[in-house]
Design a protein around this ligand. Structure first.
Ligand code: SAM
Length: 283
C-alpha cells in the first residue's frame, strides 16, 4: 500500500537561528526585511484561502519564513530567490516538506513565472520593495484574461498598498488603482507594523489580496495602460492637456460626455475602461 502523502512540515530550527547559522545578514540592496513570527506568517498564508494541493509561486523566500507557512497549508511552493546565500536554508525547508519546495536561483523580473508555476497557481510574496511594483504591473497586464494566476497575496509598503486599492477622488488613486481594479477585485487584507520585520523598515507594510474577475469586453490592456499612464503622468493637469499625447483620446472623452476640464483622479475605473474601449475599437 502507498504511504499517504505528507502535507506537513517537520520541525525546523527557529528562523532567527537559521539566519545566524547561514550568515544571512540583511542586504538593503536586495530589499531584505525578514518576517520571523510564525503566527503572523500563518495568517498571511491563509489569506488566499485553502491551498492544500495547490501550487504557490513565491518571489524572494529569503530564509524561508513565509515559505514554511505556505508549505504548512499543504501547498507546493515554487520560489525564486536572487540571493544564493539563502539556498542552503531553503534546501533544509524542502527536506522538511518532503520535496514540495522548488527553488530557482534568479531574478524574478527575468523569469517566465507562468512556465515555472503553471496555470492556476497562486502568487504569495513578501516582495522586495525595489521590484514589487514592476512585478505587480506585469501580473496585472497582458491581453489574456483570466491570467495564469488564481490570486495574488502580496506585501507592499503601506503607501503602495493604499494606491492599489484606492478609490477615485483620493490622493492615492492613480494608475495602479485602475490597473488593479478594472478586471480584478483588490483588497487590503492586513496591515503589518514595521516592528514585525528584521531589520524593521522605515515605513509600515500591508498585504494586498487580488483576485481576477471577468474582463470588460472589447478593451485592450495595452490601450488602457497607455491612457492611464498619460492621464496620471500629469495628474495636476486637466484631461484636455494630459491626454493630448494619446491620439483620439479627447474625441473619446467628448463621445462619452466626460468634461475634458476634469482631472484624471475624478474619473471612475469604468470611465477609463470606456475611453480605452473606444480607442481599442479605433485601432
Ligand atoms: N520571504 C522572506 C520573508 O518574508 O521574510 C523575505 C522577504 S524580503 C522582503 C525580499 C526577498 O526577495 C529577499 O530574500 C531578497 O533576497 C529577495 N529578492 C530581492 N530581489 C529579488 C529579485 N529581483 N528576484 C528574486 N528575489 C529577490
Amino acid at each position: 500500500m502507498r504511504a499517504p502523502r505528507c502535507r506537513g512540515v517537520r520541525p525546523l530550527p527557529p528562523l532567527r537561528e537559521v539566519i545566524a547559522a547561514h550568515g544571512l545578514n540583511a542586504s538593503k540592496a536586495l530589499g531584505q526585511n525578514f518576517l520571523l513570527d510564525e503566527q503572523l506568517l500563518d495568517r498571511i498564508a491563509r489569506i488566499p484561502g485553502p491551498l492544500d494541493g495547490a501550487t504557490v509561486y513565491e518571489v524572494g523566500p529569503g530564509p524561508g519564513g513565509l515559505t514554511r507557512a505556505l508549505l504548512r497549508t499543504g501547498a507546493k511552493v515554487v520560489a525564486v530567490e536572487r540571493d544564493r546565500r539563502c539556498l542552503p536554508a531553503l534546501a533544509e525547508v524542502n527536506d522538511a516538506a518532503d520535496g514540495r519546495l522548488t527553488v530557482i536561483e534568479g531574478d524574478a523580473l527575468a523569469i517566465d513565472e507562468s512556465a515555472v508555476a503553471g496555470d492556476g497557481a497562486h502568487i504569495a510574496s513578501n516582495l522586495p520593495y525595489n521590484v514589487g511594483t514592476a512585478l505587480l504591473v506585469r501580473w496585472l497586464g497582458g491581453e489574456t484574461w483570466p491570467p495564469f494566476w488564481q490570486s495574488l497575496t502580496l506585501m507592499f509598503q503601506l503607501e503602495v498598498a493604499e494606491r492599489i486599492v484606492a478609490k477615485p477622488g483620493t490622493g492615492a488613486y492613480g494608475r495602479l488603482a485602475v490597473l488593479a481594479q478594472w478586471r480584478s477585485e483588490a483588497k487590503l487584507a492586513m496591515k503589518i507594523h514595521r516592528s514585525a520585520f528584521v531589520p524593521p523598515p522605515k515605513v509600515m507594510s500591508a498585504v494586498v489580496h487580488i483576485v481576477p474577475k471577468a474582463a470588460p469586453e472589447g478593451v485592450s490592456a495595452a490601450v488602457l495602460e497607455k491612457v492611464t499612464a498619460a492621464a496620471f503622468g500629469q495628474r495636476r493637469k486637466m484631461l484636455r492637456g494630459s491626454l493630448k499625447s494619446v491620439p483620439r483620446a479627447i474625441e473619446a472623452l467628448e463621445a462619452l460626455g466626460i468634461d475634458p476640464e476634469r482631472r484624471a483622479e475624478t474619473l471612475r475605473v469604468e470611465d477609463f475602461v470606456a475611453i480605452a474601449r473606444i480607442l481599442t475599437k479605433d485601432r
